[in-house]
Design a protein around this ligand. Sequence first.
Ligand code: UDP
Length: 400
Amino acid sequence: MEKQGQKGGRLLLVPCPFQGHINKMLQLGSVLHSKGFSITKFLAQMISHQDPSHPQFSCIIYDEVMYFCPAVANHFKLPSIMFRTCSATTFLVRALIPNLHLQGCLPLPDSILQDPVPEHYPLRFKDLPITKFGSEEQNLRLMANLFNTEKSSAIIFNTVDCLEQSSLAIIQHQKQLPIFPVGPMHKLAPNSTSSILEEDTSCIAWLDKQARNSVTYISLGSIASMDAKELEEMAWGQANSKQPFVWVIRSSQKISPEWIESFTKDFKNSVGERGCIMRLAPQRQVLAHDAVGGFWTHCGWNSTLESICEGVPMICRPCFGDQNVTARYVSQVWRVGWQYENELERGEIEKIVLRLMVEEEGKEMRKRARGLKHVVEASIDDGGPSCNSLNELVEFIMSS
Ligand code: UDP
C-alpha cells in the first residue's frame, strides 16, 4: 500500500495489528502524506530488501508495540520514531510497574489499592495500568520493551498538550528526546478510514428524531465487554431511567451471539422506540450528533478523545489497563465525567444516568465538556500547539 507525496522523503509506517492502533497509524500516514511525504504501510518484507547503500526509506515510524523496529532501523542506519497511540500519562506510569515488582508489591496488596501514587496525582495504585493478561514475567518484559526508547529518535503522541502537559514535560525530561504531541489525530485526518468492520448507520436517522442532548450513547469499544449479569443490570438501569439511548452490544467470550440475540429482542420489546441497539455504531458521527448528551464509556483513549472533541460528558466505567488511568483523568483532572466504580446495579445506573442527563449537575458537566472541546479544537488550528508540533515533526523528519 503506497501513497506518493511530492517534497518529503518516503516513510515506512509499521502499525500494530489491532483496529484502534491501525486506525491511528492510517490517520498519521494521511496527515504526513498531506505534508508531502510518500508513505509505505504494512510492507514488512520491504525493509529486509533495503540496500543499505541506497536507502529507500528516510524514516521508520512504528507503533510502540512493534518495539523491534528501532533495532532494524539502526541496522539500516535509518532514524526511527515511536508512535504512541494511547495517552502520555499511561506511557509514563507504566514505567512504575517493573519497580513495584522489584519491591515485591505485585500483585498489589489490597491495603494500598486506594493509596495515591506519589507524584502522580490523581492516580491511586488501583488505577495503574497493570495488565491481567498473560504471565507476570511476560508482562514485565513487555513493559520494559515498551518504555525503552534508547534507539528511537523521537516520540509522537496522539494527545494534546493542554490535556497532558505535566506528563509530557516529565517524559521530555526523562527521555531527553524530541516529543511531538500531535493529537487528536482523528480531527487532523477526518476523512481517513475509521473502521475495518461495517458500521450500522441506521442510528443516525433515529437520533435525528430525538431532542437535543437527550440521548446517552453506550459503548465499551472493541475489546472490553460485560457479562450477562452486568448487561441485564445495565439494560434495566437504562430502561428505568426513561431516557433515550444508543447502545452498542457485541458478543464476546463472556456471552454468545445467540444469548445476545435473544436478550436484545426481549429488551427492544420492553423499551420500544426509546432504545436503539446495534453491534457497531459510527461512533464519531454519533458523538457529534446534537441529540447525544452523554457517553457511557470504558474510557479507551480513542473514545475519550472523540468524546472530548465533541464536548460530550462521560460516565466512565473502565475495564482494564490504561482505561483506569484515563477514567481518573476524565473525572478528576479535566472534570468532564464521573467514574462509576461499584458493581453494576440497576438502581445505581439509573441514578447516574439521570444525574448526567437530567439534573443540574449534569448540565454543569456538559458546559465544562463544551469548554474543553473548544480548547482542544483550538490546538489543531493554525498556531495551536498540536499544529505547531506537527510542523516541527515534519521539519524533524526532513532534517534527520
Ligand atoms: N468504535 C466505533 N464504533 C463502535 C465502537 C467503537 O467506531 O461501535 C471506534 C471508536 O470510535 C474508537 C475505537 O473504535 O475510535 C475504539 O477505540 P478505543 O481506544 O476507545 O477503545 P478500544 O477498542 O481500543 O478498547
